[in-house]
Design a protein around this ligand. Structure first.
Ligand code: SAM
Length: 206
């Protein structure tokens, strides 16, 4: 099973959300793609950070498409239920846990509240197919996934992300992932202390 946990690299998630909120507040749809979402801890963490920073009305316009290649075959079942064992939620700050989790029917498990679950949809998807799962995304989050690809694959996947973002949309990756030189002209880094980029450039030219 992939290594991940709730609120991993919270610093980046908070920077991403703070950058986006002023721009997306008036939109009827806030479309986000979390590519390589493992068992859902990351997209649900992102949804909770958005919930804390967007008003209730705008939060209702958020849709996170969470995808993974799902080698375990457990993906859809675990994530759609939004249920996690106590071991996986014990490091979540108490006030956040109390607000967004409830005891599940299965003893020792906890379930995310419907308000959070309803903002995230899941789909099995192979990034190396280079076929996007939609378009016009305000944000593509792809953390701790690109490092598994060859440099050439990484460039192709990031170009596909660029085509799939809305004009001025954001792309975020993990702190240790540098943007390859071949795609550097397509993005502008927007935060010095996070790997957060904004789409620039003509999509027809990539
Ligand atoms: C280490 S986890 C990262 C999870 C989360 N993004 C995080 O940062 O904590 C890497 C995930 O990438 C997924 N992955 C690997 N190759 C993939 C591919 N070709 N397409 C989609 N997902 C892939 C794995 O299944 C795994 O769930």
């Amino acid at each position: 099973m992939a290594f991940t946990y709730f609120f991993r690299d919270l610093h980046t998630l908070e920077i991403v959300v703070r950058q986006m909120v002023p721009e997306v507040l008036g939109r009827s749809r806030i479309r986000v793609w979390d590519a390589g979402c493992a068992m859902g801890q990351e997209p649900y963490s992102l949804a909770m950070v958005f919930a804390e920073n967007l008003g209730k009305f705008a939060f209702g316009n958020l849709q996170i498409q969470a995808t993974d290649i799902d080698e375990s075959n457990l993906f859809a079942k675990i994530i759609q239920a939004g249920e996690y064992p106590g071991e996986q939620v014990k490091r979540i700050p108490l006030e956040v846990f109390a607000k967004y989790f409830q005891p599940a029917q299965t003893p020792g498990y906890f379930r995310l509240v419907k308000g959070i679950r309803s903002r995230v949809v899941f789909q099995r998807h192979d990034l190396l197919s280079l076929t996007p799962v939609g378009g016009d995304f305000s944000l593509i989050l792809c953390k701790n996934v690109l490092l598994h690809f060859t440099p050439a694959e990484r460039v192709k996947v990031i170009k596909m992300f660029h085509r799939t973002l809305a004009p001025g949309g954001f792309f975020a990756t993990e702190q240790t992932q540098k943007l390859p030189g071949e795609v550097a002209h397509l993005f502008q880094q927007v935060a010095g202390d996070a790997q957060l980029f904004r789409k620039i450039g003509d999509p027809k030219c990539n």
